[in-house]
Write a protein that binds this ligand. Structure first.
Ligand SMILES: [Zn+2]
Ligand SMILES: [Zn+2]
Length: 383
């Protein structure tokens, strides 16, 4: 059973009492249910047996004022979506890192929210297992050029690491934690008898298996501290706006030889004043004159971070025609590049004077018999 399952269990629902039920009410309800589903009264009924187990488990937690409070806190955190740690690529079974998330809030040598989770989830001697580091989320904003070409950017990150003063033991310098005498270091104890023996977190060490008598002054016994580090992160070429990049093994470090977590970087890309992006291709709009469009010619086109290129504009090019400059687009993962898509836009002069005016008037006369709207009117009449 994972920690999440544990918290997803609704003990109030199991007992059928409201969340604000009094201790007396819980006790009364429990007694009634326990009588009803007791194995002695339901011989061979597996469902009743299961129900009896659930009822006992629920009552165990809710009847203990302190544990009930811890349980309520843990549940409300889950309900608020407090856990983003873990995430995709996690180990699946136990990727939440409660210590990372909550030890920072601790004010005293014991107690605090980190202990709540320690108590609730470090069952079955789990604390002896290697633990994978948690995944870390961060954001970065790149310029348009950086996104196209790839860039190495510094990312400053804070994460939880073993406390340096106590080397993660949680014990004050010069002292060492001692093995919990109640559970002999396993972190769990068995209660009940026979088929209904329940394994539960040791209450004396809160499931940690160790007891710290003199808490470390830096981490207050949690054994963890936040550390800030700046990492140079290579963002690959061709990254798109709103893309999320996974950098394997760049998250929080693991514990007891566990794998490090992953780093997820959400990328924002600033727009470029001239160039746009369509997948691997870059786009640019280039103004051309009417004579250029009509007669054709060679137009010079800027490229991103490179020398300009010359493109052939065919005679009779329509406004909005798109030309292609091969290999002048964004860099792909394999190092090849997309194209630059050049859209021509015929510009109309605001004022025409002098020789240009004379020439244009002559042009109008010369083309007076060509009615550009003739086809339009024919079509409008449905001919
Ligand atoms: Zn113990
Ligand atoms: Zn410490």
């Amino acid at each position: 059973m994972s920690g999440k399952d544990y918290v997803e269990k609704d003990y109030y629902k199991v007992l059928g009492v409201p969340k604000d039920a009094s201790a007396t009410e819980i006790k009364k309800t429990y007694r009634k249910l326990a009588r009803e589903f007791h194995p002695d009264a339901n011989k061979g009924d597996a469902k009743a047996e299961e129900r009896f187990k659930d009822i006992s488990e629920a009552y165990d937690v809710l009847s203990d004022e302190k544990r009930r409070k811890e349980y309520d806190e843990a549940r409300s955190l889950f309900a608020n979506g407090g856990f983003r740690s873990g995430g995709p690529g996690g180990t699946g079974s136990y990727s939440f890192d409660f210590g990372d998330l909550f030890n920072g809030n601790q004010g005293g040598g014991s107690g605090g929210i980190g202990d709540v989770f320690g108590g609730l989830f470090n069952r079955g001697g789990r604390q002896a297992q290697p633990r994978r580091g948690s995944d870390v989320e961060t954001e970065v904003t790149l310029s348009f050029e950086e996104a196209v070409d790839g860039a190495t950017v510094p990312l400053r990150m804070t994460s939880q690491a073993p406390c340096r003063l106590c080397n993660g033991t949680g014990a004050k310098s010069g002292t060492t934690p001692r093995v919990c005498p109640t559970c002999v270091g396993s972190g769990t104890v068995s209660r009940g008898q026979g088929a209904f023996a329940l394994s539960e977190p040791c209450r004396d060490c809160r499931g940690r298996g160790m007891i710290v008598d003199d808490p470390c002054t830096d981490c207050h016994g949690s054994g963890r501290a936040s550390s800030a580090r700046t990492m140079q992160v290579r963002i690959p070429a061709g990254v798109q706006d709103a893309q999320r990049i996974r950098l394997k093994g760049k998250g929080a470090q693991g514990e007891r030889g566990g794998q490090p977590g992953d780093l997820y970087v959400s990328v924002h890309v600033d727009p470029h004043p001239v160039f746009g992006r369509k997948g691997d291709n870059l786009t640019v709009t280039v103004p051309v004159t009417f004579p250029e469009a009509a007669l054709g010619g060679t137009i010079e086109v800027p490229t991103l971070n490179g020398p300009s290129v010359k493109l052939k504009l065919p005679p009779g090019s329509a406004n909005g025609l798109t030309l292609r400059a091969r290999g002048k687009g964004a860099t792909r993962k394999d190092g090849t590049r997309g194209d630059l898509l050049v859209t021509v836009e015929v510009v109309v002069p605001q004022t025409v004077t002098g020789d240009a005016l004379t020439a244009l008037e002559q042009y109008r006369e010369a083309t007076a018999s060509d009615d550009p709207r003739a086809a339009l009117f024919r079509a409008a009449k449905g001919a």
